[in-house]
Ligand binder design. Sequence first.
Ligand code: AMP
Ligand code: GLY
Length: 439
Amino acid sequence: MKVLTVGGGGREHAAVEALYRSGAEIYAVMKNANPGILKRSVKHLLCNEKDVEKVCAFAKENGVELAYIGPEAPLEVGIVDALEKEGVKCAAPTKAAARIETSKTFMRELVEKHNIKGNLGFAHFDNAKDAEAYLKTIDHEIVVKPVGLTGGKGVKVQGEHLHSFEETMEYINEIFDQNIGGAGVILEERAIGEEFTQMVFVDGKHIVPMPLVQDHKRAYEGDVGPNTGGMGSYTDGNHLLPFITQSEREEAIAILQSIVDAMAEEGCPYHGTMYGQFMLTVKGPKIIEINARFGDPEAMNVLPILKTGFTDICWKMATGTLDDKVEFSNDATVCKYVVPRGYGVKSESGHEISVDEEAIAKCGATVFYANVDMVDGKLVTGTSRSIGVVGIAPTLEEAEQNCEKALEYVKCDAIAVRHDIGTRQLVQRRVDHMKELRA
Ligand code: AMP
Ligand code: GLY
């Protein structure tokens, strides 16, 4: 089947590999020349991924039947609506359905209106003055979020990034002054616990869950520093995480099913991968955010262990015919992102980077190219995350070791990696944290 893919990051490379493996003929659109995607595609187009007209023309001229869209930005401008008009089936949500991610206020209000579990207290503001008045009335810690898209970098948490009323107001003013996210500010109750990602395949009605993943948003080892798009992530062989029970996971899955039901009821049925980010608290899983796509890096954990054909799953998501026959292997995975030095604050980009794919495969690992580009025949780093290295093995410990061995075969003189991700020490800290909270 001819499949259009949109996006040039690590998540999209992982998706392209899974599509290719299951027989798809790939037609790729991306803004950077991702060498992993180039290798698997019969034809590609380098252009702005939000240029709906160009993407549609490329799809039409190549007669693609199915589309996979990686990032949220093209969803926000209605790429799915336009492709569907051309007769291309899409394993991704329409502009209206993508609001579950593109408007944090839409998501919170939908969950509230339909009495879905897992919501947090929230208030939306269109100006700093009203936000300030509200802030003076509350006595608990909050999280400040631009309502619109910010590439995962716009959230600041009281007690972590913001340490006083003044600092909080300073950030709220900055959001309005610089129009960050473009749609106002939402102040949310701060949830305390351990974060986890539950992604599901959705066909408008039915959902099929993927293994649980834990991402690491903070830039530096020990979970400190600014929020990033995600520095790395792990899954365990039993598809749970060491600090969560099966029934807590089922609660999170039920929340996602309720959201899918609510969206169908609201006249914007959801098709594609849905990403649920939750905080496991002592009162069960609370919704942190819902995204209209795979997580990045989380896609790089789950797609390599997907045993069922991904092309078939995408077709079924697009056409409302999903069944439960989706299987993942019982391997653990550890993904560590190689990022440009300074990432999270100010990236140093444009450095040559080399990857020995064969040596990496011999380590029991695999590599996904992300924000790198080919310049004069050389692979160079961009300003965003460069390369995802994923160790795969029967146990978490081995997967982490495989990842570390493989990282030695990625060479560049201006990169950073969070080596603590997936280590016994860090995982144990999460288990202990949850134990403490439950006590
Ligand atoms: P987001 O971009 O919404 O995923 O937020 C980035 C990070 O901020 C999350 O991974 C959490 O660590 C933190 N965060 C966001 N919302 C909340 C919340 N309501 N309570 C506690 N932490 C949050
Ligand atoms: N890993 C977080 C995200 O994709 O939003």
